[in-house]
Design a binder for this molecule. Sequence first.
Ligand code: NAG
Ligand code: NAG
Ligand code: NAG
Ligand code: NAG
Ligand code: NAG
Ligand code: NAG
Length: 508
Amino acid sequence: MAPLKSMVASLCALAATVSAVNPVIVQHQQFIDSVTNDRFVIIGVDYQPGGQGAYGATNTADPLSNGTICLRDAALMQELGVNTIRSYNVDPALNHDECASIFNSVGIYMIMDVNSPLSGQSIDRSDPSSSYTTGYLEHIFNVVEAFKFYPNTLGFFAGNEIINDVQTGDANPPYIRAVQRDLKNYISAHADRAIPVGYSAADVRAVLQDSWSYLQCNNSANGDSDSGSDFFGLNSYSWCGSGSNFDTSGYSQLVSIFSNTTIPVFFSEYGCNEPYPRVFDEVLALYGTEMTVFSGGLVYEFTQESSNYGLIQPYSNGTAQLLGDYDTLMSQYNKINVTLLESSNSTATSLTPPACNANLISGDGFSTDFNIPDPPSGAQALISAGVSNAPTGSIVSVTQTSVQLAVYATNGGQLDGLKITPQQGANAPGQNSASVSTGAVPTSTSSAASSSTSGSVGSTASRTSSGSATGSGAAASATSSGAALRVDASLVRNAVAAAAVGAVALVL
Ligand SMILES: *[C@@H]1O[C@H](CO)[C@@H](O)[C@H](O)[C@H]1NC(C)=O
Ligand SMILES: *[C@@H]1O[C@H](CO)[C@@H](O)[C@H](O)[C@H]1NC(C)=O
Ligand SMILES: *[C@@H]1O[C@H](CO)[C@@H](O)[C@H](O)[C@H]1NC(C)=O
Ligand SMILES: *[C@@H]1O[C@H](CO)[C@@H](O)[C@H](O)[C@H]1NC(C)=O
Ligand SMILES: *[C@@H]1O[C@H](CO)[C@@H](O)[C@H](O)[C@H]1NC(C)=O
Ligand SMILES: *[C@@H]1O[C@H](CO)[C@@H](O)[C@H](O)[C@H]1NC(C)=O
């Protein structure tokens, strides 16, 4: 018994050390696997268990700080077919090594927002100049430090929905480029690879094309060679249910706006939840032949929070219940033709950005100012020297592969044998979906699994009306200006449900 056990353990350790993803690079319109040279298309989910409140002044956790939870979710995501997560609002001072290493071992990349809703940790869209401070930059450089050495760090979002209407398109654009420049300079001085830096835009059609034009153009004529976006994310909730199609959803318009993009464009959030439950028909459009200009997208969002976009319902005791949307999304993902996605388009990788010029901007009132603000006093020294006591993370060996927390399928049965399977390269749909079976469906109504697929799971689930152009409740990594902040019922839930921790079901 013992020898077998230790042999299994060492095999697992061996598997853990060889499994990893290859860093992804940007080549003009596409993400490319830097080793295989295959195109990389994001098949992703937004990941912020606990919602915005997961990281706050009084919290000692963030969405990537608990390896036990990450193992549970990585196993479920590997089965689902996900290759990328986006995490908002992290505390750079916490240790993310276990979570990052677990996701790395199962072929899942991470795109990190560098900002947070805490005071001084984002650009205030109503007053960008006074929030662009050295203290702010120190925070975002610390996030870079925390994540720069993980090979699965795909990129950093310098900002999320800072421009969210015509008015905010005036003063903010130069500051977005300034923050991108500072991040890129910091990465170039202190990381061992050029981790891409980009922006996540609100899908407000009046400013969308201008935002992208402004951020991708080549500003070297103004003595500024490095403030452009390396990629452009778009939070888009315009395809709602089976009544939508490629044209009525506005996807055809998006394809024509971005047909000549010189940087990768993808949905940084998508998945309108009205009607509910979701059918995810947009998945087939996004990954189909008509939208190859897009580099995929991230479904909002993995865990159920107050805005009711979840694929799973996590409980405070660490167990979780799959929701119907998880199964539906998996069946849509399983129809994706990964071969089609991986074939890179040589024409698309030879497009170069146009020179920045006012004639690229069409909207009245949108900034045509390409004089990017200088770094605030002291910031250049910080970029050169690096932040002191940097909270630099690194990959650790992943030895625990079996999920130690109970997870219930939509039919109520407990998943049996749920584990991560270390793999080389990016995860893909259909690779791991056969490894888990569902145990007997409990008959007792007191079971965790008695409520299943509807929006009634979890007392805090309340459906928001969505599908509005701004993504309403989904503006998760909202900047400090109040407009986009939403009340997060998980705060309430955390307060009332005093940690009933323990009693986990071991599935070995
Ligand atoms: C921007 O333009 C300059 C001058 O033409 C050129 O040297 C540089 O390579 C361009 N940068 C990009 C990213 O295309
Ligand atoms: C895309 O760019 C190419 C090369 O610059 C140009 O010939 C073509 O007209 C552009 N197409 C669109 C739709 O802008
Ligand atoms: C991680 O989450 C599990 C499940 O909720 C909990 O039991 C454990 O205490 C957490 N670990 C830490 C370090 O907070
Ligand atoms: C997947 O895409 C490839 C490349 O375009 C194509 O050759 C193949 O026929 C497609 N497979 C299916 C099942 O459609
Ligand atoms: C390749 O990229 C070019 C430039 O974006 C585009 O016009 C063309 O349709 C793409 N071809 C395919 C097969 O996606
Ligand atoms: C965990 O919490 C859920 C929801 O409160 C409950 O239904 C379930 O029985 C609990 N499971 C364990 C193992 O404590």
